[in-house]
Ligand binder design. Structure first.
Ligand code: F0G
Length: 454
């Protein structure tokens, strides 16, 4: 058992509303957990993004923040801290990860160009498409096998990457390696894979970026699982990971343990300078970029806390605890257990439902009714439609993600989640699938509504 490296000084009450009210709430939300109100939720596992508990050091830094429009002292703290952790010199602040994607894609993508990666996150993919680019996922085949135990299931298939670069390097905007691979179950990427992908990019003269949202969790897995890293500190591993990249996009709402923030980091000044005007246009002056001085200070402290080994050991240990208990209870979960979440195999859990009826999304709605827990679908609903054929994409993975916010819930909460899933398992054959009553045109999982299939 991993013991948390903190004790609790301030708490927020939560309440389980009665089952009849939960049924009414989810019906009113069009059977879409995104449309529930937080007061209707008991344990919120929608995301680990921006839902983290900050430390007393972060809160006290916030009190000292400088809210100057330009040249704020808080920006220097933000920049220096990020540069120290990542090794990148040029840092452009943005309000969250997708804003980083917005700016970078504006500068790097020409119409018809591809962006290659392991598996692009949904906002990443949508931003590439918004620039009329083509997102291409090149993750290793094993990533799509929920049962397969492999240390680094987030790795890019280097053969595939090489083939695509050979064939099409002029039409490749850049390569983006996502660490850890969220859409593939929070699975890590090995140092060797980062290095080799980067070497291929160099060979073909293509830029290599990391989507670093969960870089610290990835580094922890490298330390645990990759030969030669056991005696290195997380800080050293992190620096080595970034040393292979030309830059990174970052949603600080994850591994920098804050509620809002992000950045793009660059090794070279030229690309930073190209992005600055769009930063000003979309996000604000380059010393605040959509963040308040308070947000900048919280990241400056949080990004250092995020790479503490005792914290990461508790964090990854908590997720593992949940995953192993669920697995012992016969719940089909993605193996091995990922960094920020446990992913339940929707197609397997609700095997009587066809994929068009969104098994993992259906499961999330039913879990809410059963327990007041809010999980989220990472699967068929999120995948959306093929832009050419307009048909629903049918991704190999249809998962329900139980995402664990950082430093928020206790082991007892994990046990409650396991009990809830067990109860759901007992009545799973009776669960009916879902169909749209309204389908939102962009990133449809956030805003669409559903009814049960008769
Ligand atoms: N990249 C990855 C790997 C992400 O997981 C996310 C967000 C983003 C980029 C976009 O960052 O939300 O700050 O704009 N993931 C959240 C999630 C939303 O729930 O997994 P953002």
């Amino acid at each position: 058992m991993e013991v948390p490296n903190f004790k609790i000084k301030s708490v927020e009450g939560i309440k389980l509303i009665p089952r009849e009210e939960r049924i009414k709430s989810i019906e009113k939300a069009g059977l879409n957990v995104f449309l529930l109100k937080s007061d209707e939720i008991f344990i919120d596992l929608l995301t680990d993004s921006g839902t983290n508990a900050m430390s007393q050091e972060q809160w006290s830094a916030i009190m000292k923040a400088d809210e100057s429009y330009a040249g704020a002292r808080s920006f220097d703290n933000f920049k220096n801290s990020i540069s120290k952790v990542t090794g990148f010199e040029f840092i452009l602040p943005v309000h969250q990860g997708r804003a980083a994607e917005h700016i970078l894609d504006q500068v790097l993508i020409e119409e018809g160009q591809s962006v290659l990666g392991n598996i692009h996150f949904d906002t990443t993919e949508a931003h590439i498409q918004h620039r009329k680019g083509i997102p291409v996922n090149c993750v290793i085949e094993e990533a799509f096998d929920c049962e397969k135990e492999l240390d680094f299931k987030g790795n890019i298939c280097l053969k595939k990457l090489e083939k695509l670069l050979e064939k099409n390097k002029e039409n490749t905007a850049y390569v983006l390696h996502t660490v850890t691979c969220n859409s593939g179950g929070g699975q890590p990427v090995s140092m060797q894979n980062i290095r080799e992908a980067s070497e291929l990019c160099k060979k073909f003269g293509v830029l290599f970026f990391l989507d670093a949202a969960r870089f610290a969790e990835n580094a922890f897995f490298i330390k645990q699982r990759e030969k030669g890293f056991q005696n290195k500190s997380i800080a050293e591993i992190v620096l080595e990971m970034f040393s292979f990249a030309d830059g990174c996009t970052m949603s600080a709402k994850k591994d920098a343990i804050v509620n809002m923030g992000g950045f793009i980091a660059f090794r070279k000044k030229e690309l930073y300078e190209k992005c600055v005007p769009f930063g000003i246009l979309f996000e604000g002056f380059p010393t605040y970029g959509g963040m308040s001085g308070r947000d900048l200070e919280a990241v400056a402290v949080g990004i250092k806390e995020g790479i503490q080994e005792d914290y990461l050991s508790y964090r990854i240990g908590q997720v593992k605890y949940l995953g192993e208990k669920l697995s012992e209870a016969g719940i089909p979960v993605m193996k091995p257990i990922g960094g920020h979440a446990v992913f339940v195999d929707g197609k397997k859990f609700l095997e009587h439902l066809p994929q068009e009826q969104f098994p993992a999304h259906t499961l999330a709605a039913e879990l809410y009714i059963e327990s007041g827990i809010r999980a989220v679908e990472i699967g068929t609903l999120l995948a959306g439609r093929d832009p050419e054929t307009k048909e629903n994409k049918m991704p190999a993975l249809d998962l329900m993600r139980l995402t664990i916010p950082r430093r928020v819930y206790l082991q007892e909460h994990m046990d409650y989640i396991v009990e809830a899933m067990k109860k759901l398992k007992e009545r799973k054959e009776k669960i009916k699938g879902l169909k749209f009553t309204f389908e939102s045109p962009v990133l449809r999982h956030f805003w669409s509504k559903f009814e049960r299939v008769k």
